[in-house]
Each structure stands twice: as structure tokens, then as C-alpha cells.
Design a protein around this ligand. Sequence first.
Ligand SMILES: CC(C)(COP(=O)(O)OP(=O)(O)OC[C@H]1O[C@@H](n2cnc3c(N)ncnc32)[C@H](O)[C@@H]1OP(=O)(O)O)[C@@H](O)C(=O)NCCC(=O)NCCS
Length: 171
Amino acid sequence: MSKHEILALIHKIANYGKENLILPTAMKYILKSPTTEKEFNDYYQLRFEILRAPWGQEKGSEKDELENQSFHAMIIDEEQSILAAGRLHYNNNKEAQVRYMCVKEEFQNLGLGKMILQTLEEKALSDQKKTIVLNARETISDFYLKNGYKKIANAPTLFGTIKHIKMKKNI
Ligand SMILES: CC(C)(COP(=O)(O)OP(=O)(O)OC[C@H]1O[C@@H](n2cnc3c(N)ncnc32)[C@H](O)[C@@H]1OP(=O)(O)O)[C@@H](O)C(=O)NCCC(=O)NCCS
């Protein structure tokens, strides 16, 4: 376990039950787009570990055909370890879509997901998009509700079990 994983765990235990957890102040992190081969490998690996492997999906299922045309955001710590990731692509001139939001397990509920989502939203806004849509896992739709998204429809069930809800935010 890295120094930051230990710090994050201590912080979570000390604050157990309290709302609005934020990162331990001793923790440094960098918010960026992946650029190097290592960063892209880590970025896709985190997606795989958090969003695909627990459901028995194969390596490769963490990517789609839009990767080259997408905006990618990641958070790394000062030891270059990846903590969080998320992707934005454009469906048309007005609409952006968020996909593959994921935070390393030990670092969930510390505000990192919100930071990634805000970065994706700022990018969409700077490219003159008017709305953002996403298909949220039903179990985490509250995360998106807290970030200003509204439920607009049921979305396809993934891997036969994970119910999704289509959500939308005007930006
Ligand atoms: C969902 C996920 C991206 C959220 O990122 P995070 O860093 O854990 O969330 P944050 O700490 O930024 O939380 C922001 C707010 O959303 C809430 N929240 C976070 N995860 C939540 C969940 N699973 N259910 C309900 N609320 C949640 C937090 O309590 C926080 O609320 P507050 O602002 O009132 O304190 C992350 O937990 C994750 O990767 N989960 C597993 C993978 C997954 O389901 N990805 C989404 C696919 S659609």
C-alpha cells in the first residue's frame, strides 16, 4: 500500500460517518489529461479494474471506438499513481457525453470524482456545448444528482445486471 493509500484510509476512518469528506491535506495530487504511454496505460487500467473486472469482463472492454476523439481527464498523486479518471466525447454540436467515471476504491468519497466531473464539464462549456448526458449506474445516480444532473429516462442494462439511468445537465 502506498503512502497516499494509507493517508486516505486513516482520513476516512477518522471521519467515518461525517459528510463532505475532502482529501487529507497532506495529500498532493495532479489533475491532467494523460499524455504519455504510461499515463494512458494507467488510465485504461483503472477503468478496467473499477468498471469491468468486477463483472468478469475481458480486457479491452474498457475502451470504445471514440477514444481518439475524446477528452480524457485523470488525477495522479505525486508518485504518479492514478487515483481517478473520466472521459468526455461529443454527440453533436450541442451535446457532450460523460463516460467511464472511476475512482480507485481507497480514494472514493474524497471529492476526486467531483473534480473529474467538473473538469469534463468545463471542457464541454469551453467548446460551446449546451448539455451533458450520461448513463449512470442506478446505484450511483445520487452522485450525479448532487452534481446537478437530472434523470430523464431508463437506459440499457449493462452485463445483464447493472441498471442504468440516462441523466442530463444543462451547462
Ligand atoms: C461514482 C464515483 C465516480 C464518485 O466519485 P467519488 O470521488 O467517490 O465521489 P465524490 O467524493 O466526488 O462525491 C461527490 C458527492 O457525491 C456523493 N457520492 C459519491 N459516490 C456516491 C454513491 N455511490 N452514491 C451516492 N452518492 C455518492 C458523495 O457523498 C458526495 O456528496 P457531498 O458532495 O454531499 O459530500 C466513484 O465512487 C466510483 O468510481 N465508483 C465506482 C465506479 C462507478 O460506479 N462509476 C460510475 C459509472 S456510471
